[in-house]
Design a protein around this ligand. Structure first.
Ligand SMILES: N[C@@H](CCC(=O)N[C@@H](CS)C(=O)NCC(=O)O)C(=O)O
Length: 208
């Protein structure tokens, strides 16, 4: 399998899931502005939607859409326990989270990043995110992860999206449970590995 990613973008979510799942995979970096991959491929040919993440499977077929890719990886590596079994109510709960994250959070950040978005629209988007974060903060009270004590694919996605908050001048310190959640997820060894591989954090200096 090969994951096409762009550092720090939403592709960090399946990248984390690949590592948490213990899957064998390769990475190929995409320049999302130029739509070129590191090895010089035209990214439009890989994903005509022009977006990361893309998971290329061993038979050459490609899967897109982050919330689906993470479920695919988790289902193929059931021993890692990153999603409840398909058809169970718990699985629908994870899907409920994935859909909330994609439609209410992920896609609200997009216009704030874009330099051409009018300031008034950016202000409204920040306010909308704030309202969602108010609710999310309550949901995370007394919980380690979205589904309780167990880290799931929904956490990989939520963490990836919450990492963007400081870049759009949203201070997560306003939501103590969210802030603690981000710190908790970022301390996971596989999450750190993924962030290091994408150049988002430095490797810890070796102990002398
Ligand atoms: N619906 C897609 C959206 C993916 C997406 O928004 N990717 C962004 C990075 S976070 C991207 O590649 N944007 C570049 C572009 O749209 O030109 C998914 O959930 O995977």
């Amino acid at each position: 399998m090969k994951l096409y990613f762009s550092p720090g973008a939403c592709s960090l979510s399946p990248h984390i899931v690949l590592r948490e799942a213990g899957a064998n995979f390769e990475l190929e970096q995409v320049d999302n502005k130029e739509k070129k991959t590191k090895t010089g491929k035209d990214f439009w040919q890989i994903n005509p939607k022009g977006q990361v993440p893309v998971l290329e499977l061993d038979d050459g077929s490609k899967l897109t859409e982050g919330p689906i890719i993470v479920q695919y990886i988790a289902d193929k590596n059931p021993a890692a326990g990153l999603v409840p079994a398909a058809g169970t109510m718990e699985r629908y709960r994870v899907q409920e989270w994935l859909n909330f994250i994609t439609s209410e959070l992920h896609k609200t950040f997009g216009p704030i990043f874009r330099p051409t978005t009018p300031d008034e629209f950016k202000k409204l988007s920040r306010e909308n995110l704030g309202k969602r974060f108010d609710w999310l903060d309550q949901q995370l009270a007394g919980r380690q992860y979205l589904m309780g004590d167990k880290f799931t694919v929904a956490d990989a996605y939520l963490f990836t999206i919450l990492r963007w908050a400081p870049r759009v001048e949203i201070d997560l310190a306003r939501w103590p449970n969210l802030k603690a959640y981000v710190d908790r997820v970022s301390a996971r060894p596989k999450v750190r590995e993924a962030m290091q591989a994408e150049g988002l954090i430095q490797k810890a200096a070796a102990a002398s």
